[in-house]
Design a protein around this ligand. Structure first.
Ligand SMILES: [Zn+2]
Length: 257
């Protein structure tokens, strides 16, 4: 099953050989306890079998690791004895987002002395981008709304009347799908626009009270499709204040007007 184990076993794996690797692994896991399974899947050049071979058992290996860390003045935090709340995770995200001034990359996150591991977010929210979206919605206190591009009309209300205009659309896309981008598409739009208004730059991540919409550049009622090109991130203020004017200079707007 584990060829490295078989091969190394012949050469007698020693604690001295494995311990430094366990310490790097501890570092990799942010100095919290980790399981055999986590160690295996992290692919750090040390396997469960290696630990067992050198120390006799996994738990003896962990004991040796703790002892060694203690010598160096460090320790392993207990793993999720209690699940972190979303509030805890988002509060920390707000701190780091503010610190770097934009949506933090993995490297920015890890360089900001985070209280929680980057991977914790990925795991909890199914990816970093999704974690960012959930954070924004937490800040906004509401989901990112979809705007159909027609000003001052609530999207959910406009949807019914607008659906009668599908005949003027040039594309033969299911009107429901066309008006309502999938969650994945919305996420792509937000991600592309760095989770902030493309006109004024406001973001709920940095400004309490800011609200983001996903907006149709060409309004839905004029046949504007729900495609990445025709969608953009606007704050509520810019979205509602833009009147009837389509965004000038936008390639789709010029093509169709
Ligand atoms: Zn704006």
């Amino acid at each position: 099953m584990d060829f490295a184990f078989e091969r190394r076993r012949l050469g007698k794996l020693t604690p001295e050989h494995i311990l430094p690797k366990l310490i790097s692994a501890a570092e990799h896991f942010g100095f919290r306890e980790f399981s055999m399974r986590e160690l295996q899947s992290a692919n750090l050049g040390v396997t469960r079998a290696g630990v067992e071979s050198a120390f006799g058992s996994w738990s003896d290996g962990m004991k040796a690791l703790r002892a060694e860390l203690q010598k160096q003045g460090m320790s392993l935090r207990p793993r999720n004895t209690k699940r972190l709340s979303d509030d805890q995770l988002f509060t920390e995200m707000a701190r780091i987002w503010t610190l770097v001034g934009h949506r933090p990359s993995r490297y920015e996150w890890e360089g900001s002395s985070p209280a929680y591991w980057y991977k914790t977010y990925k795991k909890r929210f199914g990816g970093w981008t999704n974690a960012c979206l959930k954070f924004l919605e937490w800040q906004m206190g509401a989901p990112v709304e979809l705007s159909n591009g027609d000003p001052r009309v609530r999207p959910d209300v406009a949807g019914h009347s607008a659906s009668t205009h599908t005949s003027c659309a040039t594309e033969t896309i299911d009107p429901v799908r066309r008006r309502a981008p999938t969650a994945r598409l919305r996420l792509q739009v937000l991600d592309r626009d760095s989770f902030r208004c493309v006109l004024c730059g406001r973001s709920p991540a940095l400004e309490r009270g800011a609200i983001l919409h996903i907006d149709h550049v060409i309004p839905f009622s004029r046949g504007g499709p729900a495609t990445l090109d025709n969608l953009r991130t606007l704050c509520q203020r810019c979205n509602l204040g833009r009147g009837n004017a389509m965004s000038l200079g936008h390639p789709l707007a010029q093509d169709k007007s």
